[in-house]
Design a protein around this ligand. Structure first.
Ligand SMILES: NC(=O)c1ccc[n+]([C@@H]2O[C@H](COP(=O)([O-])OP(=O)(O)OC[C@H]3O[C@@H](n4cnc5c(N)ncnc54)[C@H](OP(=O)(O)O)[C@@H]3O)[C@@H](O)[C@H]2O)c1
Length: 330
């Protein structure tokens, strides 16, 4: 090898939106001099251009979610990132300083991405889709990885399968509908009146307006339910059991949304499991290829500056985001 590797000047401090304790959305505070995260062992140091908000961020900020595992305060939340590599784990790594990457942090095992820099494990870093800019790309990782895991890996989406996906217009849901349709399944999804056209445009074969219809009364039985709501709204989880074929599989995604889902499903003669997203760059690479082919698209509801993360959380907590809310960091 005769390449010369130049070590860039590494940042010592950075701008970040931090929390000093859990609480309402106004707990966020801008810190212009937060210590930049040191890159160690198999990590990349990444200059974050855009982040995105996810329900796990707002649940954690509010004192639920994974807040019990936050090791210290002040802390930085945020899982999604799209940005530029500042330093690679080792000189010969194919992803080099200056390359454009995206992925998902593993918060709170490390600091999050509501910040100018993040240190991210090598196995969680993918090349950014060339067809997306950073603000679009930041809307993909956590939501699309969750959708892929629930729909493809656990749900086994395939031709001939009837699959019901709740909350198809949300961050996870809009990818879930597209993945299931791409796999050849017959996709039925739920959304409010204003999202009917949007959902059909994602490839759903049947769209149920949950504000005017009871899905379990109007659809033919399904093989699989991807439950992104649980029983936090209108007993969506329990009612889903009435919409399934005997022995069907229910995948409950939001933790704590339906504490008795396993027992309830078993009593109804159904199979059930939860699902937890993992920041796996190999899976994200497969999703990237589908995005760059034009097969799968991300919908960005709006982009806010990082300093307005509190407003982004308030909007997300209304529960009616279409696609993703992104934070422009730099
Ligand atoms: N286990 C994991 O690893 C994991 C990973 C990611 C997410 N999650 C969880 O999964 C859930 C969904 O996440 P997300 O990011 O997709 O959330 P999100 O983007 O906030 O979802 C918003 C969507 O939910 C729809 N919605 C609200 N009430 C509904 C109802 N009663 N029936 C059907 N649709 C409804 C809204 O559509 P309308 O505006 O049309 O109402 C909106 O488009 C969250 O609870 C999140 O914490 C878990």
């Amino acid at each position: 090898m005769n390449q010369t590797f130049q070590t860039p000047a590494l940042p010592t401090t950075m701008r970040a939106m931090v929390i000093d304790h859990t609480g309402e959305a106004d707990v966020f505070r801008e810190d212009a001099e937060f210590p930049a995260p040191p890159r160690v062992s198999d990590e990349f140091l990444i200059r974050v251009h855009a982040s995105a908000v996810n329900p796990i961020d707002s649940k954690t900020r509010a004192g639920g979610g994974v807040s019990g595992a936050i090791p210290t305060f002040p802390w930085i939340l945020g899982n999604d990132f799209s940005g530029t590599v500042v330093a690679s784990p080792y000189e010969h790594h194919p992803i080099k300083p200056g390359d454009e990457v995206y992925g998902m942090a593993r918060v709170p095992r490390g600091y999050g991405t509501y910040a100018e820099y993040a240190s991210i494990q090598m196995m969680s870093v993918s090349r950014k889709p060339t067809s997306l800019d950073h603000t679009q790309a930041a809307g993909v990782p956590l939501a699309a990885l969750t959708a892929w895991g629930a729909v493809m890996d656990v749900g086994g989406a395939r031709a001939g399968q009837r699959i019901l996906i709740h909350a198809g217009a949300g961050g996870v849901g809009h990818f879930a509908v597209q993945f299931a349709a791409h796999a050849g399944a017959h996709v039925i999804t739920t959304g409010s009146t204003r999202n009917q056209e949007f959902l059909a445009g994602l490839g759903a074969h049947e769209v149920i307006d949950y504000t005017t219809e009871r899905f379990e009364e109007v659809i033919e039985p399904v093989d699989t339910v991807i439950d992104l709501i649980g029983n936090v709204a209108d007993d969506t989880g329990t009612r889903s059991l009435k919409a399934m074929k005997p022995g069907g599989l229910l995948v409950n995604v939001p933790s704590f949304s339906w504490p008795n889902f396993l027992a309830d499903a078993a009593a109804a003669g159904m199979r059930a499991t939860s699902y937890k997203v993992a920041p796996d760059a190999r899976v994200l690479d497969a999703i990237t290829a589908l995005i760059d082919q034009g097969t799968i698209r991300v919908h960005i509801d709006r982009v806010l500056p990082l300093a307005e993360v509190a407003e982004a959380h308030r909007l997300l907590e209304h529960g009616h985001t279409r696609g993703k809310i992104v934070l422009a960091v730099s």
